[in-house]
Ligand binder design. Structure first.
Ligand code: NAP
Length: 255
């Protein structure tokens, strides 16, 4: 089951996985989900959809029931949003929705679906999996992207801790931390004026994640993957100051 399967990295996961498995696709936009489903069912697999806004907790609980009934063995927590700019300039609901989708939905889906995933994998003598899509933004506090970066730090720490807890169980856990990737995310986040050179192809990002699942706990993708340790080696105040200056510089250049 893939959340946010209608576009970007989620759609890329679906394109890779349809070669080997049936799929349950979740997204907000029913029409887009149907289009994605129609493209994928040509491959001869069962594809079901679940259209709902996952900032709504009751929809997340419904999705847990639906995915358990489907009998999923791999959960890809991919749907995510963020809004660029100063927190105090945003609507309260914008920040709330970011936390609900990027944090609460991830925890509820993972907690709700892991028991079934582990049980089915154990019975079949195979391995289940959970992928949580975090971000390279998880590695430092990011001014002007405060809630988003903090939500991704949450998902990274959550995944790493969970992987250790479940080391003896037949399930593989992976945090995917993409760097800039060519999807609709930046435009939705209000970042369309800032173009990051060398942004990755979503198909390649999804492929790297699927190859990493079962071999490691954290997969960082993209040009800046080597720089993610940097924020841990210097004082925090320097990191946030440098990031804020970089954002102001790019903003000024592109406006
Ligand atoms: N692109 C990047 O540069 C980048 C970098 C690092 C991390 N990421 C992470 O990668 C993940 C996928 O993002 P993407 O880049 O592929 O962006 P995207 O193309 O904007 O896709 C986001 C997906 O999430 C779904 N979604 C958005 N709000 C939702 C809601 N309230 N309820 C249910 N589904 C919702 C969208 O579905 P609908 O269209 O149906 O609403 C869409 O399928 C996110 O977690 C993002 O934080 C992206």
């Amino acid at each position: 089951m893939i959340t946010g399967a209608t576009s970007g990295i989620g759609a890329a996961f679906a394109s890779h996985l349809i070669r080997s498995t049936d799929l349950l696709l979740a997204g907000r936009d029913a029409e887009k989900l149907e289009i994605t489903r129609n493209e994928l069912i040509r491959r001869g697999r069962k594809v079901e959809t679940f259209a709902a806004d996952l900032t709504d907790e009751s929809a997340v609980n419904e999705l847990v029931d639906r995915a358990d009934a489907f009998g999923i063995d791999l959960l890809i927590n991919n749907a995510g949003i963020g809004q660029f700019g100063r927190l105090i300039d945003h609507e309260r609901d914008t920040e709330r929705d970011t936390a609900m989708l990027n944090v609460v939905a991830v925890v509820v889906l993972t907690r709700g679906l892991l028991p079934g995933i582990i049980e089915r994998a154990g019975k079949a003598n195979e391995r289940g999996g959970v992928v949580i899509v975090s971000s390279t933004a998880a590695f430092a506090p990011v001014p002007f992207f405060a809630t988003y970066a903090a939500s991704k730090a949450f998902s990274l720490y959550f995944t790493e801790a969970l992987a250790e807890e479940l080391r003896g169980d037949p399930v593989d856990i992976l945090a995917l931390c993409p760097g800039a990737t060519k999807t609709g995310f930046s435009a939705r986040a209000g970042l369309d004026r800032i173009s990051v050179p060398g942004a990755a192809d979503p198909g390649a990002v999804a492929r790297e994640a699927l190859d990493a699942l079962g071999n490691k706990t954290v997969q960082v993708t993209g040009l800046l993957s080597q720089a993610t340790l940097g924020p841990f080696l210097v004082p925090r105040r320097l990191v946030t100051g440098a990031l804020a200056a970089a954002v102001r510089y790019f903003n000024a250049r592109q406006s």
